[in-house]
Design a protein around this ligand. Structure first.
Ligand SMILES: Nc1ncnc2c1ncn2[C@@H]1O[C@H](COP(=O)(O)OP(=O)(O)OP(=O)(O)O)[C@@H](O)[C@H]1O
Ligand SMILES: Cc1ncc(C[n+]2csc(CCOP(=O)(O)O)c2C)c(N)n1
Ligand SMILES: [Mg+2]
Ligand SMILES: [Mg+2]
Ligand SMILES: [Mg+2]
Length: 322
């Protein structure tokens, strides 16, 4: 990796570092280096999504390496593509960074983006760099529905089952550990630094007949609230269906937090939650955690309960909440 700071190598030196070692995938017809990338969309439609990560709010450089931030930034966006039932194809990076940032940090961020894209079958195809006071990583991701209908938030129907693929509460438990100045247990801290969304479960869920789907970014209760509202239904979760690993329970005990709080309202694991018709033949990776109960009586009046009772604290992260 090149030595020095962004200020020393300049904009085009930085772009050279960032775009130097990027692999191509068959979908990428023109990659970084021209005015725009060209990505094949054999389906005739493109799934497009964007999410921003800001230093201090989404990550801290003393908690996560540049490589971790890259993995997480890519994961958060690629999970949104998968949550539509699409296969991720391409990712673009908008990077705001101070001139005294090391070129190594920027290069390792790109390594993380590249490697997470590889897990999901996508490739980095372009971006932009701008000087600013705080590091901001703005990602755009594209995906291919491969001929399937998109799985939106609005298709859940009374009688459907609610099922989850992927981790819940691990990132929140890791954040609780880091916030208290600890670096272990490693499994949870690692889950916070590098979430592992079940990308392939997204397109698979579409094929299995999922009626609605989301990735869990803010917290399961809050995110299911979006499906409930968009679909105009009530959703009930069964607390006993959630697995609280013994180590998570131990951390909860140590820091005085009910670990179910992390499982039900913790964000950033990017699990997929979907609703399926009751007779769907779900593989084991989809854990049944609840049911779509009935249609809401008012438009947008859908809500989420746990064991029949409203969830009393915040159901998840809200950037402009308290
Ligand atoms: N600034 C914006 N301009 C236009 N649309 C927006 C803007 N912010 C959010 N949206 C849209 O609102 C919807 C919900 O956004 P939200 O960011 O909550 O979803 P998400 O990306 O799945 O979740 P998260 O950001 O927690 O990962 C998305 O369709 C998103 O494109
Ligand atoms: C330093 C630091 N402090 C707090 C958090 C927790 N956090 C930040 S954003 C978010 C929800 C998802 O964000 P978005 O809705 O933007 O996708 C959560 C749970 C963190 N990751 N790092
Ligand atoms: Mg978003
Ligand atoms: Mg999402
Ligand atoms: Mg959010």
């Amino acid at each position: 990796m090149q030595q020095g700071t962004l200020g020393e190598v300049g904009e085009f030196g930085l772009i050279k570092v960032l775009t130097g070692g990027l692999p191509r995938t068959p979908a990428v017809q023109v990659g970084p280096g021209d005015d725009a990338a060209v990505v094949a969309a054999p389906d005739g439609r493109v799934v497009a999504t964007t999410d921003v990560l800001l230093e201090g709010r989404h990550f801290r450089r003393d908690w996560s390496t540049a490589y971790d931030v890259g993995r997480k930034a890519a994961a958060q966006n690629l999970a949104d593509v998968a949550a539509m039932g699409a296969a991720p194809t391409a990712l673009l990076l908008g990077l705001v960074a101070p001139a005294d940032l090391s070129v190594t940090w920027a290069g390792e961020l790109m390594d993380g983006l590249r490697d997470e894209c590889q897990v999901a079958g996508a490739a980095v195809v372009g971006g932009d760099v701008v000087r600013g006071d705080t590091i901001m990583v703005s990602i755009t991701a594209l995906g291919d529905l491969q001929g399937r209908a998109p799985v939106t938030r609005s298709g859940a129907r009374p009688g459907d089952v609610v099922a989850v693929a992927g981790w819940l509460g691990w990132s929140a438990a890791g954040l609780a550990v880091l916030s208290r100045g600890f670096r272990s247990p490693r499994a949870f801290v690692e889950a916070h630094r590098r979430p592992e969304p079940p990308y392939h479960a997204g397109p698979a869920a579409a094929t299995l007949g999922a009626t609605a789907m989301m990735d869990v970014s803010d917290g399961l209760v809050a995110d299911l609230g979006h499906i409930a509202a968009a679909s105009g239904v009530h959703i009930d979760l069964r607390a006993e269906r959630f697995d609280v690993p013994a180590q998570m329970a131990d951390i909860g005990h140590a820091v005085g937090v009910d670990p179910m709080q992390w499982v039900l309202t913790g964000g950033e694991d990017h699990a997929l939650v979907a609703t399926f018709p009751p007779d769907a033949d779900l593989p084991a990776r989809w854990r049944r955690v609840g049911q779509v109960l009935k249609a809401a009586t008012t438009p947008d009046g859908g809500r989420v309960t746990v064991d029949g009772a409203p969830w009393t604290t915040a159901g998840g992260w809200d950037h402009f909440g308290d």
